[in-house]
Design a protein around this ligand. Structure first.
Ligand code: PMP
Length: 310
């Protein structure tokens, strides 16, 4: 290993971005109720840790209300069903637990909820029969957004060399705790100084970004990869499609290849945390004129109005 490599590694280890300390006084729901963050721990024998065996949701709170609550709860239960995990709560109990955790943390304005279900504690070995008691975790905290400057200039993306998980391997429609596929693509983008990575399927079709869905505007129409391509069926994606239709735009779920991205008039990403964020450069190629597009900006405004009214 050269001295230069050692230097790089040391720098990465000490990046302030990684210096995480939970907010003192934070209360977290673990299992049956809310506990102080210091007591919010799971066993090293939980299969969520040992095998990434579990599911999660990232949810926004706007002005004290859970945004698209039913949609998130439904996706959570669908993910659970597909991984054969019996959630220990009903949808009503889950909703109550989320609001209880918000109250325990004094959240009356905007916030973010991370909802997690772990497979539970079990013997070593991947068998789900060797586990008992799935555990629900609810973290309510502040949201870390892209800085305002990113919304003004737009994201600079690479196209990742890492294919998105194939639908027949680990379908990205399952919001599983196994995010290594996305983690590695994001790390690849960061390693070359890009903001984000766009992931393609094994067939070269565009799937999504590492934590957001992707849209293009082409000849004035809105296109986004179909759910069959290997994507998380984003809840923000659904809202944006609805808002675009309300504007009278033609919206299609389709198959796209990287060429479609390069020649698009506009491009943007959507997600619970990012909401709508323009993409203005892909692999060094400017999208449109390299600035956030007119329709993207209109949809960003529409989204802000929608969530403030909701
Ligand atoms: N794709 C991936 C891989 C995600 O993790 C997410 C959520 N962060 C999204 C898309 C966007 O989904 P949503 O709009 O429901 O947050």
């Amino acid at each position: 290993m050269t001295t230069a490599t050692v230097e790089v590694e040391r720098k990465v280890e000490t990046m302030p971005e990684n210096a995480f300390a939970p907010r003192p006084g934070l209360k977290v729901w673990v299992g049956e109720g809310v506990v102080p963050v210091e007591q919010a721990v799971v066993s090293v024998f939980d299969h969520a840790l040992l095998y990434g065996d579990g599911i999660f949701e990232g949810i926004r709170v706007y002005r004290g209300r859970i945004f698209k609550e039913q949609e998130h709860i439904q996706r959570f239960f669908e993910s659970a069903k597909v991984i054969r995990l019996n959630l220990p709560m009903t949808t009503e109990q889950l909703s109550r637990a989320m609001y209880d955790t918000m109250r325990a943390n004094g959240v009356t304005g905007d916030g973010y909820i991370r909802l997690v279900a772990t497979r539970g504690v079990g013997a070593l070995g991947i068998s789900i029969r060797r586990t008992a008691n799935p555990s629900i975790i609810i973290i309510v905290d502040k949201i870390s957004l892209y800085p305002a400057e990113v919304y003004e200039r737009g994201l600079h993306c690479i196209i990742s060399s890492i294919s998105r998980n194939h639908v027949n391997a680990l379908n990205p429609r399952i919001k599983s705790l196994n995010y290594l596929n996305n983690v590695l693509a994001k790390a690849e983008a960061q390693a070359v100084g890009a903001d984000e990575a766009i992931m393609l399927g094994l067939d070269g079709h565009v799937c999504e970004c590492t934590g957001d869905n992707i849209f293009i505007i082409s000849r004035g129409e809105l296109h986004t990869p179909g759910r069959w391509e290997g994507i998380l069926e984003g809840i923000t994606r659904g809202v944006v499609m609805e808002l675009a239709r309300k504007r009278g735009m033609t919206v299609s779920e389709t198959s796209l290849v990287r060429h479609d991205l390069f020649i698009a008039e506009e491009c943007f990403a959507t997600g619970t945390a990012a909401e709508i964020v323009p993409i203005t450069e892909i692999s060094g190629i400017p999208i449109g004129n390299g600035k956030p597009g007119r329709i993207t900006k209109q949809l960003m405004e529409d989204f802000a109005t929608y969530r403030n009214a909701g």
